[in-house]
Ligand binder design. Structure first.
Ligand code: DX5
Ligand code: ZN
Length: 220
């Protein structure tokens, strides 16, 4: 088994110095840079758009894992692709034709990801597993950092692990929300291979980013 990947969510970074923060988590061992895009409509918060992704792009060579919490999705995919996103994930509830959105992301040369809210059944992604490169399980309701991990999602992670393995395809199984040292271990045991971590990466300031991520990997 590969060591779990860590994707710091820059939602918990200091927004007054985002470039520096991205460089710091990159140097401290981040595998992906997780970017939470919220529109104040699909979720009750507003964060960042493609302009910020473009401005941050030169600050790291790591894959930019862009999590779109917006509706509609399709009109904005190209802007995020051009801004430098590598993985573009969206929620199936955000539009009528998720498969078309997957195709759109792929047609732009980017990796499509599909996101399951805590209430969203696995059946929503069954017919997309042949086409996506990432499945993201929300272990909080999307909208804010710093919420508590919803434990019912562990079963969903374990079942998705089985279904992904059955495809024989390389698909990241990522978990987002309330990931700390304790819940990280449960996610890894359930079969997750990427952990999004906002609060638990950025707490303690830059000197702590490396040790924080090592602890989440179960190494420290
Ligand atoms: C929630 C976002 C998460 C969030 C995670 O809507 O998708 O990425 O920033 O934050 P923590 O790790 O603090 O729960
Ligand atoms: Zn996220």
């Amino acid at each position: 088994q590969q060591p779990v990947k860590i994707a710091p969510s820059i939602l918990s970074a200091d927004f007054a110095k985002l470039g520096e923060e991205v460089r710091a988590v990159d140097a401290a061992g981040a595998d992906y840079i997780h970017v939470d895009v919220m529109d104040g409509h699909f979720v009750p918060n507003i964060t960042i758009g493609p302009g910020v992704v473009k401005a941050l792009r030169p600050h790291s060579q790591k894959p930019f894992d862009v999590h779109l919490m917006i509706a509609p999705v399709d009109p904005f995919v190209q802007a995020f692709a051009e801004a430098g996103a590598d993985i573009i994930s969206f929620h199936p509830e955000a539009g009528p034709h998720p498969h078309r959105t997957v195709q759109l992301i792929r047609s732009l040369g980017k990796k499509p990801g599909i996101v399951l809210n805590p209430h969203t059944p696995i059946a929503m992604v069954d017919y997309l597993l042949g086409d996506v490169d990432l499945v993201l399980v929300m272990s909080v309701n999307p909208g804010f950092g710093g919420q508590s991990f919803i434990r019912s999602q562990l079963d969903k992670i374990a079942e998705l692990r089985r279904r992904i393995d059955a495809t024989g395809r390389q698909i990241d199984l990522e978990v987002d929300g309330g990931v700390n040292v304790e819940t990280a271990r449960l996610c890894i045991e359930a079969g997750a291979d990427v952990l999004v971590a906002g609060t638990s990466t950025f707490q303690g300031g830059p000197a702590a980013y490396g040790p924080n991520m090592r602890k989440l990997r179960g190494l420290g």
